[in-house]
Design a protein around this ligand. Structure first.
Ligand SMILES: *[C@@H]1O[C@H](CO)[C@@H](O)[C@H](O)[C@H]1NC(C)=O
Ligand SMILES: *[C@@H]1O[C@H](CO)[C@@H](O)[C@H](O)[C@H]1NC(C)=O
Ligand SMILES: *[C@@H]1O[C@H](CO)[C@@H](O)[C@H](O)[C@H]1NC(C)=O
Ligand SMILES: *[C@@H]1O[C@H](CO)[C@@H](O)[C@H](O)[C@H]1NC(C)=O
Ligand SMILES: *[C@@H]1O[C@H](CO)[C@@H](O)[C@H](O)[C@H]1NC(C)=O
Ligand SMILES: *[C@@H]1O[C@H](CO)[C@@H](O)[C@H](O)[C@H]1NC(C)=O
Ligand SMILES: *[C@@H]1O[C@H](CO)[C@@H](O)[C@H](O)[C@H]1NC(C)=O
Ligand SMILES: CC(=O)N[C@H]1CO[C@H](CO)[C@@H](O)[C@@H]1O
Length: 912
């Protein structure tokens, strides 16, 4: 992109109007001449011009057709009246017959310059007769439609005869749809200074014969499909100032002869497949102002010789495989404005010499392996508007000097190991719009100064160790639409001002220590998550049930949950199970070995995904969790899918790509009507994502937390949801080989379709039970749903899912997380709590006898699943069968009198 814009800035299109027609010595034209009776060469030229029909409308402004043609728009002549220049800008409304073939080049022996610019009106091919115009110096036919699919001879190709125009200095065929290859005869154009073939569909190599074009100052083949390697002869372009080979398919190393191009000011090789090292001779090009090698496969270090490129304003090497550390010499780039080294393998600390780049406006070092502290000298870069250090291994605090970066609009340091507290000086960033500090180890409170950043639109501090409360002044952030404070230790109450921010769209406060009630104002926020806090259970049960037991859980579990979410994306160990490979069914489309699709009736390409989400723009984000964010993507076919993009820090923790791929494929074979379908995955070096079936109603959690939606889920539907979950889990535990433990069953991971049917989703931490292993693992799951034994044994069994299922089942009945009801130590109170008191008060109590029996069954099952001894819990198979068979005798007691204690004491399901 940088390439395209710089190129267009370099050149000004000049449309000559009547240049050269100043002389009045031109022949006078008679009516008979206009009729074509005279046949002097001049009259033939005139006739040929009339024959094109291109000057019909121009006549209105430039006189009549019997007038001197040298005065027509865009025509210039020599003193003898012979045409030397044609420069036209054709408009669609000119009613022009826009075929290039209408211009008979053979009639214009003195033509030096021929320029036609149009908005793709001029069509046809470049006639090979053009070779007859031996005087031609300038040929500009950009942005036309020089391709004619009706003829397959030389149509749409660059005719090799062009090579005979030995006087040609400027050749611009940019932005046509030219196909075929660059004719090697162009190497005969020894006078050529400017060659622009950009934005066509040319294939094949750069002919080495072009090395003869020793007078070239401008060479641009940007955006074609040119392949092969860059010829060594490129080093012959002694005068070259601009070299743009970007967006092609060039391979091989950058030739070291490039060092001869001492006059070069712009070098664009981005988006090719170049390999090898960055030649250290690049340091000879000391007039370079723009250097863009991004989007290749370059390896090795950045040579320190680049320090000689003291004129650079842009230095872009993103998306390669460059390693080593950033050379200290980078501090020599006094004029640098853009430094982009993101998506490489750079290690070591950010050099403090970076502080010399006082003109820098954009600094992108994201997605590398940089270590060490964030240099406090960063504060010198006070022209910075974008700062992205995300996805590295940076440690230590955010230096308070960042407060000097008052022009910043984007401040991104997410996914590092940054600790300490958020500096108060962040409040000086008056222009900042996006602040991303998630996935770090930041502690302390959210500084109230942050609320001085009045332009803030997106703030993510998720997955840190932040405490303190949410400042009520948050209402001052009038532009805020995205707020993610999830997975911290934030306490206090949610200020109601938060919900009153006009643009607010997403609020994620999940997994904190918030309490009190959820303010009414927040309920209208389209995407809201408040799960995993200590909110009062509304209306029922009464507040005196908040008990010490929950407090205990509240102390042990946040730490465990934090660890779990940190290490959550722990897939099974590498599986070399051949069966898995061969059992693979359906169609698999691979894109560069990185993209696979199956289970899906259409084709999805990686590009579709990128386009559908505008490269994972936050506006398509529908949720964020510990190991990824979920996006909604509408495919070209109109079908909507959900994409879960893994955070980079998580993808790094995978044992290997191979085990991830095997795992994803294994999960793809799960076919159950209550399990969300995985359509595919992508392992791109820039991002990893999973593609799922999209569920219209979103998560069970969100449906239950929104009054209007919760009311729509009546008792029959709720019972159905619990049954669906039971069947899905029974299938995973008892019909998959090896059995699969989900490990993260929570209302967040149960999705609902438009029919309000339940689908188990999110196998991010799912684990296969290998009989030969101890199944010991780091804790995973969601606070509030994790089986108590996991906090101390760390042994994964199916019974962990059974417990979580019990929690969700109760939640479905209650409309809210069951809280302390979960704790068996509160059972002395159970006698006084009736089942009817637990039921979601937003629905009227069930009257239908069958529904009542179903509710009794669901709650009995749920309590049996919540037993603290794993072996006392039923298996999911038993539960699933129970829901199908219903072979227990109905409870005889009146529905209103059934107490929690009685439900807990049911002896059912004790044996497997
Ligand atoms: C060629 O024409 C295009 C389109 O008008 C223009 O953008 C470009 O700058 C021209 N190239 C040169 C080298 O003049
Ligand atoms: C056209 O030009 C000729 C010669 O210059 C002139 O005699 C004639 O009157 C013009 N006709 C019109 C309609 O302007
Ligand atoms: C072009 O002009 C030449 C010379 O006058 C003539 O011989 C030839 O037929 C013309 N071509 C067309 C396609 O009109
Ligand atoms: C280009 O020319 C072809 C054939 O002459 C025509 O079908 C097509 O519509 C033209 N394209 C544009 C953009 O005008
Ligand atoms: C370049 O592309 C053409 C057409 O796609 C292909 O035939 C040719 O083999 C390629 N050359 C190289 C060197 O890759
Ligand atoms: C660089 O360009 C200048 C003119 O701008 C020219 O005099 C000089 O010879 C060129 N350098 C080389 C090595 O050709
Ligand atoms: C920053 O850029 C300006 C021109 O935009 C230049 O005058 C100034 O010298 C540059 N700063 C340094 C330290 O080179
Ligand atoms: C290697 C690389 O990044 N290639 C990209 C070049 O640009 C085209 C079009 O934008 C992409 O499709 C390629 O992926």
């Amino acid at each position: 992109m940088a390439a395209a814009s710089s190129v267009s800035r370099l050149v000004v299109i000049i449309i000559l109007i009547n240049v050269g027609a100043k002389s009045d010595t031109t022949i006078s034209v008679t009516a008979s001449a206009a009729a074509g009776l005279l046949s002097s060469p001049i009259q033939l030229e005139r006739k040929a011009l009339l024959g094109t029909g291109w000057w019909v409308n121009n006549g209105a402004t430039s006189g009549n057709y019997t007038s001197n043609h040298c005065k027509w728009t865009g025509i210039s002549c020599n003193s003898a009246g012979s045409v030397t220049g044609v420069s036209l800008l054709l408009y669609e409304n000119d009613n022009i017959k826009g075929e290039l073939g209408r211009f008979n080049f053979s009639c214009f022996p003195n033509l030096k310059s021929f320029k036609i610019h149009s908005n793709y009106i001029l069509s046809g091919s470049i006639p090979s007769e053009i070779a007859a115009v031996s005087m031609l110096q300038t040929l500009e036919l950009p942005s036309n439609n020089l391709t004619d699919l009706f003829d397959n001879h030389l149509m749409g190709h660059i005719p090799p005869t062009l090579g005979r125009l030995s006087k040609l200095k400027i050749l611009n065929l940019s932005s046509n749809s030219l196909v075929g290859s660059i004719p090697s005869t162009l190497g005969h154009l020894k006078r050529l200074r400017s060659l622009d073939l950009s934005l066509n569909e040319l294939v094949g190599p750069i002919p080495s014969s072009l090395g003869h074009l020793t007078e070239l100052t401008f060479f641009n083949i940007y955006s074609n499909r040119i392949n092969g390697s860059i010829p060594l002869e490129i080093g012959n372009f002694n005068f070259l100032q601009v070299l743009d080979l970007s967006y092609n398919k060039l391979e091989g190393p950058i030739p070291s002869t490039i060092a001869n191009l001492v006059n070069l000011t712009s070098l664009f090789l981005c988006n090719n497949s170049q390999t090898g090292f960055i030649p250290s001779t690049l340091g000879h090009l000391n007039r370079l102002t723009s250097l863009d090698l991004s989007g290749n496969n370059l390896v090795g270090p950045i040579p320190s010789s680049v320090g000689h490129l003291a004129q650079l304003t842009t230095f872009d090497m993103h998306s390669n495989r460059i390693n080593g550390s950033i050379p200290l010499e980078i501090g020599n780039f006094n004029f640098l404005q853009v430094l982009d080294l993101s998506y490489n393998k750079l290690e070591g600390p950010i050099p403090s010499t970076i502080a010399s780049l006082v003109n820098l406006t954009s600094l992108f070092l994201c997605n590398n392996s940089q270590t060490g502290f964030i240099p406090s000298t960063l504060g010198h870069l006070n022209r910075l508007t974008s700062l992205d250090l995300s996805g590295n291994n940076l440690v230590g605090p955010i230096p308070s000097s960042v407060g000097h970066l008052t022009q910043l609009t984007t401040f991104d340091m997410h996914s590092n190991r940054i600790n300490g507290s958020i500096p108060l000086e962040i409040g000086n960033l008056k222009h900042v719009e996006d602040v991303y500090l998630f996935n770090n180890k930041l502690d302390g409170p959210i500084p109230p100064q942050l609320l001085n950043c009045s332009r803030l639109r997106a703030l993510s501090l998720s997955n840190n160790l932040l405490s303190g409360s949410i400042p009520s002044e948050i209402g001052k952030l009038k532009e805020l639409y995205y707020l993610d404070l999830s997975q911290n230790f934030i306490n206090g109450k949610i200020p109601s001002q938060l919900g009153e921010i006009p643009s607010i769209d997403t609020v994620n406060l999940c997994t904190n220590n918030l309490y009190g009630s959820i303010p009414e104002s927040l309920r209208k926020v389209p995407s809201l998550c408040v799960d995993g806090n200590n909110f009062e259970v509304e209306n029922s049960p009464p507040p005196h049930h908040k008990k010490i037991a929950t407090r205990l859980v509240a102390i042990i579990l946040p730490m465990a949950a934090f660890l779990a979410l940190k290490f959550g994306f722990l897939f099974v160990r590498r599986r070399r199970d051949k069966k898995v490979e061969s059992a693979e069914t359906g169609e698999i489309t691979k894109c560069a070995d990185e993209f696979a699709i199956w289970n899906y009736d259409g084709r999805i390409t990686f590009q579709d995904m990128i386009e559908a989400t505008e490269d994972f723009h936050i506006k398509y984000c529908i949720g964020t969790g510990g190991y990824g964010s979920v996006y909604r993507a509408r495919l070209p076919s109109g079908k909507v899918v959900a994409l879960k993009k893994l955070h980079r820090s998580e993808t790094e923790e995978l044992a290997s790509l191979e085990s991830f791929r095997n795992e994803a494929r294994l999960l793809s074979q799960i076919r159950h009507r209550n399990i969300v379908k995985l359509y595919g995955f992508c392992l791109h070096r820039k991002c990893m994502f999973l593609i799922y079936e999209y569920m219209e109603m979103g998560s069970l959690f969100c449906v239950l937390r929104t009054d209007e939606e919760a009311i729509g889920v009546d008792w029959a539907k709720r019972v159905n949801i619990v049954k669906g979950m039971a069947h899905a889990l029974s299938y995973l535990h008892h019909h998959c080989t090896p059995p699969i433990v989900h490990r993260d069953i929570s209302s967040n991971n149960i999705l609902l379709n438009s029919e309000l049917e339940a689908f188990v989703a999110d196998f991010g931490v799912a684990r296969l039970l290998n009989f030969d292993s101890s199944n010991r693992t780091l804790l995973a799951g969601t606070y509030g749903y994790i089986a108590p034994e996991l906090a101390y044994t760390m042994v994964v069994t199916e019974k962990c899912d059974v417990y979580s299922f019990g929690v969700v089942a109760l939640e479905v009945l209650m409309g809210n997380h069951p809280g302390e009801i979960l704790s068996s130590s509160s059972s002395s109170l159970d006698k006084n709590i009736k089942l009817i008191d637990l039921l979601d008060p937003r629905l009227s109590p069930p009257v239908d006898q069958k529904i009542r029996q179903d509710i009794i069954l669901v709650s009995t099952v749920a309590f049996s699943c919540l037993r603290s001894q794993p072996k006392s819990r039923p298996t999911m198979q038993l539960v699933s069968n129970e829901f199908i068979a219903r072979n227990k005798a109905p409870m005889q007691k009146p529905f209103h009198e059934i107490s929690i204690l009685e439900l807990r004491n049911q002896e059912m399901y004790l044996v497997d």
